[in-house]
Design a protein around this ligand. Structure first.
Ligand code: NAD
Length: 468
């Protein structure tokens, strides 16, 4: 057994962990990162990046189908999923190599192996195969993993998102269990690639955390795309055979059966905190999530937690922010406080859904109905939206702004092709507590999709240009 000491030891090299390591090294600290798999974690290897690549393949298929509407003769002769997977893997591999060399260039020690939390003479440490990596501080950043529901065991034709990504052919018939972000994104990709898709969601709507206007617009667009929606329905059992899967669904008291080739289970992801020695080290958890104070300190001295193991929205960019925040706090930099509602949210479906801040119902609940005002501008009149959505229904989109009467913008909600790229402006408005009068004079380039947001700000200031 050997002991090595560092200023900071990070357990987990995903978005949260590597961000903490990079910032701490930048601030002159000695840093070790313990990673059992690959630097970059779920987001880079099995989550955000490969799913967005799959969605891009799907978008290209749609573009080819609609090519005739913009004067290009093309036919979709087939979808070579093996080639799509190979392209994606090469892309991910390039990003991984870039990250690994950045980490090396910052002088960070990467330890391969599975670590558990321990201590050495009162200091926190991470143990890997008998060796101890002792830190003045330790950051736990072990992320989240797939969950399922009782009676539905993963394996064979019952897939989690990682297994779904690894498929080298498009399923003919897919049932997706859960209409949250993962369910909605896979439904979009598979439908565009030609599958029959049904989403079974226990709640009455898809992406239930989003603003009701966004939920409604997405559901309408999905129905128009021929995606089956079983809302307010629960899966009660799944039976698997060599040839397919039969899914039993309770549709408000009525039992129905749906046959499919595969089932994707997307009912949420749980924190990875078991078997890490957390309790023994004095780190309290609550339903699996690490208990932290507003500065992400755990209940054990000098042990911090970041990313998906901290209850709140599970987003890679929240992990990054947590990592930077903790490294800066340890270095005495006093970073600005964290606020979960200020992390932009993007669902990369067709159409995309993006938001930041409060939804209208949350605003009404927090501030009272008489203090909340909203403006919604359809993308139907937006020239650039119509151009980029050529041949599709550009009316599916809108920009909605939620504000306080004579006060700041507190929420921005967007639906439409590529609107994920526009949410940063919404974030600036909400985070800087900008008021309609501050925003209305800002010019949005013409023609861009961002003009819809500009128009919503103008309307909120009482001086719309293109709307009534
Ligand atoms: P989720 O929590 O977003 O959605 C799960 C859905 O499953 C919920 O709507 C829930 O009501 C439903 N559900 C649960 N049990 C059910 C049952 N028995 N029958 C029918 N429906 C049931 O979780 P997810 O979509 O699995 O995603 C996991 C996490 O990863 C989320 O926090 C998500 O935000 C994050 N993620 C984010 C992105 C992104 O930002 N683009 C992409 C993928 C995942």
């Amino acid at each position: 057994m050997t002991d090595q000491s560092f200023d900071l030891v990070v357990l987990g090299g995903g978005s949260g962990g590597y961000a903490a390591a990079l910032r701490a090294a930048e601030l002159g600290r000695t840093v070790a990162v313990v990673e059992q798999d690959l630097l970059g974690g779920t987001c880079l290897h099995r989550g955000c990046v490969p799913t967005k690549a799959l969605l891009h393949t799907a978008e290209v298929a749609d573009a080819v189908r609609r090519a005739g509407s913009v004067g290009i003769s093309a036919t979709l002769d087939g979808i070579d999923m093996a080639a799509a997977v190979a392209w994606r893997e090469k892309l991910v591999d390039g990003k991984h190599r870039g990250l690994a060399s950045l980490v090396r260039a910052r002088g960070i020690t990467v330890v391969d192996g599975r670590g558990t939390l321990t201590s050495a003479d009162g200091a926190p440490a991470v143990e890997v195969a008998g060796d101890r990596f002792i830190g003045t501080d330790v950051v736990v950043a072990t992320g989240a993993g797939s969950r399922t529901i009782p009676g539905v065991e993963l394996g064979g034709r019952i897939l989690d998102s990682e297994a779904a990504l690894a498929l080298d052919e498009v399923p003919k018939r897919a049932v997706i269990l859960g209409g949250g972000v993962i369910g909605v994104e896979f439904a979009s990709a598979w439908r565009s690639l030609g599958a029959d898709v049904t989403i079974v969601e226990a709640l009455d709507s898809l992406i239930a955390n989003e603003d009701p206007s966004s939920r409604k617009a997405l559901e309408k667009a999905y129905r128009q795309r021929g995606i089956g929606l079983e809302l307010g329905s629960r899966v009660t059992g799944v039976e698997q055979s060599e040839h397919g899967v039969r899914i039993a669904v309770d549709r408000g008291g009525e039992e129905v059966g749906i046959d499919a080739d595969v089932v994707l289970v997307a009912v949420g992801r749980g924190p990875v905190t078991d078997g890490l020695g957390l309790a023994e080290a004095g780190v309290e958890t609550d339903r699996g999530f690490v208990v932290v104070d507003p500065s992400l300190r755990t209940t054990a001295p000098h042990v911090w937690a970041v990313g998906d193991i901290v209850a709140g929205p599970q987003l890679a960019h929240r992990g990054f922010r947590h990592g930077l925040f903790v490294a800066e706090t340890i270095a005495g930099k006093n970073p600005s406080p964290l606020d979960d509602s200020l992390f932009p949210r993007v669902t990369y479906s067709t159409p995309e859904v993006a938001s930041v801040g409060l939804t209208e119902p949350q605003a009404v609940e927090t501030h009272g109905a008489d203090r909340v005002v909203t403006r919604e501008v359809s993308l139907a009149g937006n020239a650039k939206s119509e151009i980029v959505s050529a041949g599709a229904d550009s009316r599916a989109g809108f920009a909605k702004v939620v504000a306080l009467v004579d006060g700041p913008v507190i929420g921005v909600h967007l639906v439409g092709d590529r609107v994920g790229e526009l949410i940063t402006e919404g974030q600036l408005a909400v985070a800087w507590e900008a008021r309609a009068d501050d925003l209305a004079p800002l010019i949005h380039a013409h023609p861009t999709q961002s003009e819809a947001l500009g128009e919503a700000f103008l309307a909120l200031a009482g001086s719309p240009l293109h709307t009534l």
